[in-house]
Design a protein around this ligand. Structure first.
Ligand SMILES: [Zn+2]
Length: 307
């Protein structure tokens, strides 16, 4: 069995220490910023989630990346706490007004388009909280699992440690989408992309049409193949964003006006092309709360917290 280089740079020990320091620094920065803005200051608190599971029925399903899955009770608690902190949740179409205001707003976002995101609807309805879903369209149209879930599932089956898995993911994440697919299939076989259940599959286009028709739900662009946009040339960036825009418009009947950069990777070429395609606001994965109002020069790089 061939795996990707397990060590990109440094020794295993050094890598572990450096990632722990980096994690601590980013966590501390987030905490300091949060404390400042959790007073009564005007702010936009944008929350980022990925997959969901019903933790009343059991623990997080085996074989998926646990850092990307959240139990429904945790989601509900997080929404309630955010409201208790004086934030009012807004719908995606209220973003332009909110960014110019001096109030306290929150925005709930989900990345990728997991089928299990539909589980949140009863909670959203009970709390009257809207959600914005950033959908990547290629996996949805081909009814295939996302590559990172395939990697987690298949490596766990083979008894690979979490540290090794992180290094494999770090290595493969830097490749272009077609190369990622080729590498994953060459190692784990042609059928490895077949989903195992709702925990590791995207919504189907039919499910997304129905989900997006709920007044609490809005849909945004997350690129066609979940590409790291900052490493693509101009044509490739345009292709990733344009194809996704077109599919989402066909499926939902609306042209998305928001974008979440996969892995938070963007540059000015990306924002320029996105703007031409009708995107008005875009989100990174920088773990911060935005003080309000937000200058228009920052509308294409809005941060998000990952609770
Ligand atoms: Zn994503």
């Amino acid at each position: 069995m061939v795996f990707w280089p397990l060590c990109i740079w440094g020794s295993k020990k050094t890598n572990g220490l450096i990632s722990r320091i980096l994690y601590w620094l980013s966590h501390r920065r987030q905490k300091v910023e949060q404390q400042r803005l959790l007073g009564d200051n005007p702010a936009l608190k944008t929350l980022l989630f990925h997959g969901l599971y019903d933790d009343a029925l059991g623990p997080c399903p085996a074989g998926i990346d646990k850092s990307l899955a959240c139990g429904l009770s945790t989601l509900r608690r997080c929404l309630e706490e955010t409201c208790e902190q004086g934030f009012s949740f807004i719908h995606a179409n209220e973003i332009p007004k909110a960014l110019k205001s001096r109030k306290r707003f929150a925005l709930l976002t989900f990345d990728d388009g997991y089928a299990n995101n539909r589980l949140m609807l009863p909670i959203l309805n009970r709390l009257q909280v809207p959600a914005l879903l950033f959908v990547t369209t290629d996996a949805m149209l081909r009814r295939r699992s996302y590559w990172w879930d395939v990697l987690s599932r298949e490596t766990m089956k083979r008894g690979i440690t979490t540290d090794q898995l992180s290094r494999n993911r770090l290595h493969i994440k830097g490749l272009k989408p077609a190369d990622i697919e080729r590498q994953i299939e060459s190692v784990f076989g042609e059928d490895c992309y077949l989903p195992q259940g709702d925990h590791d599959r995207p919504m189907t286009p039919e499910e997304l049409t129905k989900f997006a028709s709920d007044p609490l739900i809005a849909i945004g662009n997350h690129t066609h193949r979940h590409a790291l946009l900052s490493q693509l040339n101009l044509d490739e960036i345009e292709d990733e964003l344009h194809v996704c825009q077109n599919h989402l418009r066909e499926i939902t009947g609306r042209n998305p006006q928001t974008l979440a950069y996969p892995n938070g990777r963007w540059n000015t070429n990306v924002t320029h092309i996105a703007g031409k395609l009708g995107i008005r606001h875009a989100f990174t994965t920088e773990r911060l709360i935005s003080p309000l109002p937000v200058r228009s020069t920052k509308w294409m790089s809005l941060p998000r917290l990952q609770p």
